[in-house]
Design a protein around this ligand. Structure first.
Ligand SMILES: [Zn+2]
Ligand SMILES: [Zn+2]
Length: 452
């Protein structure tokens, strides 16, 4: 299931030195010691989420347990600018509770957060603590009271792994979200997945500079480590970066086509791109210039766990292990979903064939989406003034010839054969209902990777 010869490029440009995974695309199909080829299967995961280590509502054990008990196979608790290590700390993203006297914390480790009498970002409340105690027992939350402040100890990644990870059942991957923005505060967030060391956020003039410098710094800091770099939530807060930024940086191979924390919070501009169109704009350019294509992930980026987790990624691998999952992700053998599943995605170099894993009666549609070689690559700028829900922005508006439906099938199986004039093709599956939203807001839906 190779999409193009980009795998080597990807490994070279994504900053990994994971020689072990560079053994050929079919490594996971190779025979095991019994001589049988291990069967590949789909693993569901979420590589972007928050808990009280930064500004998520629940304490970490409550959050991780939620995924483990809701059908997820792997997760990365990716808090803002922090890794859940055992270093003694009292401050983090948006808060600083440093006590005047550290005597009570002699010999202690990890991050401690004060229980706040009032709710609000990014506070820890009594309610959040009680929730975890109710689930795991009162002795599972360690607290120290100094004067009128009660400090709660955050559970470290190593402790969470000990508590929740199970071989072949549930995999925990370390990581964090680089969170910050330009000098003018345009936000640029990026996840480093499968790393345990955090470097300070690199601010700069433009999103492109931040991406480029952060990517390069990652290569330096995580040299020799097998990790992933993702460009997060392109539409958040409101057109904070442009497809042009990722066109300029072909080394960035992963982005979030579906980040459900932006859902409903910001409306796209009527003329502006949405995340799925963003994807096609970048890939039209990349395919036309024979560059490795941009791959789309689904993430819920949850902070408030009373909101549904409506986006995730499903990866095909022979085993639930970081090397196997990352190898599949780099090959594009995964899909983003907010409710539907593929049973099969096959690309033989010419034809993309997909089959929907039907779990609910209904009418389904498969859309094969791509861009033709004669597309119009030009763009125009629309200036949007600051409004009640949006900052002022200059939005790049692209041609309708990008990301068109090449073919559509009503049903649960279909295939599309690339024509000489096509640059690439990807499949999107939707369940037809009363209200069919477009782009990343289609729900329930799933998105295959692009192939060429
Ligand atoms: Zn973010
Ligand atoms: Zn986030």
């Amino acid at each position: 299931m190779l999409n193009n010869p980009s795998r080597r490029d990807f490994l070279q440009t994504c900053g990994t030195a994971a020689a072990a995974t560079l053994v050929g695309a079919s490594s996971a199909f190779s025979a095991d010691s019994t001589g049988r080829s291990p069967q590949k299967r789909w693993f569901k995961g979420n590589l972007h989420m928050h808990n009280q280590w930064s500004d998520g509502k629940p304490l970490a054990p409550w959050a991780i347990d939620w995924y483990k008990t809701h059908g997820y196979d792997f997760v990365c608790p990716s808090d803002h600018n922090i890794f859940q290590s055992d270093e003694l700390r009292f401050g983090g993203f948006g808060f600083n509770n440093q006590p005047a006297d550290l005597a009570a914390f002699k010999g202690e480790s990890s991050l401690w957060k004060v229980i706040s009498p009032s709710a609000g970002w990014p506070k820890l409340t009594q309610r959040d603590v009680i929730e975890t105690m109710e689930k795991f027992g009162t002795d599972t939350v360690r607290m120290i009271t100094v004067g009128d402040q009660t400090y709660v100890r955050m559970t470290t990644f190593a402790e969470l792994e000990e508590q929740f990870a199970e071989p072949d059942k549930f995999l925990m991957i370390p990581g964090y979200e680089q969170t910050g923005g330009c000098y003018n505060d345009q936000q640029v967030h990026m996840n480093f997945i499968n790393v345990r060391e955090v470097f300070p956020y690199i601010k700069s003039e433009t999103p492109k500079e931040i991406f480029a410098q952060t990517f390069a710094k990652g290569q330096e800091v995580y040299d020799g480590q097998d990790y992933l770099f993702t460009a997060d939530h392109p539409l958040w807060r409101y057109y904070d970066f442009s497809p042009k930024d990722l066109i300029a940086l072909p080394q960035i191979r992963l982005f979030e086509v579906n980040n459900n924390s932006i859902d409903g919070r910001y409306e796209a501009h009527p003329e502006g791109w949405k995340p799925e169109e963003f994807w096609d704009v970048v890939n039209a350019h990349r395919a036309a210039h024979d560059q490795p294509l941009l791959l789309g992930m689904g993430s819920d980026d949850r902070h408030d766990y009373t909101i549904d987790a409506k986006a995730w990624s499903v990866v095909r691998a022979a085993r639930l292990g970081v090397a196997e999952l990352f190898s599949a992700i780099r090959e594009g053998d995964f899909y983003a979903s907010n409710g539907l599943d593929f049973e099969e995605i096959q690309f033989d170099g010419k034809s993309l064939s997909v089959k929907i894993d039907v779990r609910e009666e209904g009418r389904y549609r498969i859309e094969f989406i791509g861009t033709k070689k004669d597309y119009d690559p030009s763009s125009q700028v629309v200036e949007v003034k600051a409004g009640s829900r949006n900052p002022a922005r200059k939005i790049d508006v692209f041609s309708d010839s990008i990301g068109i439906v090449l073919d559509a099938v009503e049903g649960t199986e279909g295939s599309y054969t690339l024509k000489p004039e096509d640059l690439y093709v990807r499949a999107k599956i939707v369940k037809l209902g009363k209200e069919l939203q477009s782009d990343w807001q289609s729900h329930p839906a799933a998105w295959s990777q692009p192939y060429r």
